[in-house]
Design a protein around this ligand. Structure first.
Ligand SMILES: [Zn+2]
Length: 147
């Protein structure tokens, strides 16, 4: 009986904890969306994106990615400033395509879109406590994105 209660408690906690993280991620996305609208030159006529966590991010060698629509995908294990930086960066991609389809344009102008997202992310990071150590200069950025 005691074990059963323990297992039931763990299951309840697991789903509650997941739900809490999902809720916290959406709250963060709403806040960072406002910051992205304030810092960037993009129009913000669409709703903030939905943040979802996926193992696919790490499998693709990234902390997060955006493939169109209203969902930003991020690594399940990131938190703190890395989480803020990643979500902000993907929100810029979301704004670049206004929640629409990411097409060939992105492939062709990949370095331009990525530098634009990095530039705004750097500006955001400079404005938050502890953000400076996550700022990527041009040389570091160039190596990461092979541009
Ligand atoms: Zn990017």
């Amino acid at each position: 009986m005691r074990l059963l209660l323990l297992v039931l408690g763990m299951i309840a906690c697991l789903s509650a904890c997941e739900k809490d993280q999902f809720t916290a991620d959406q709250r963060l996305a709403r806040y960072l969306y406002k910051e992205a609208c304030r810092i960037s030159s993009y129009e913000c006529r669409i709703k903030p994106p939905v943040v979802r966590r996926t193992e696919l991010a790490a499998a693709r060698g990234m902390w997060g990615f955006y493939t169109g629509g209203n969902i930003i995908w991020i690594d399940p294990d990131i938190d703190g400033t890395l989480l803020w930086s990643t979500v902000f960066h993907e929100i810029i991609h979301y704004l670049q395509f206004q929640g629409g389809t990411v097409g060939m344009e992105f492939e062709l102008l990949y370095c331009v879109y990525e530098w634009n997202a990095q530039d705004y992310t750097n500006e955001f990071l400079a404005s938050i406590p502890g953000g400076e150590s996550y700022i990527r200069d041009y040389e570091v950025w160039k190596g990461i994105y092979q541009c």
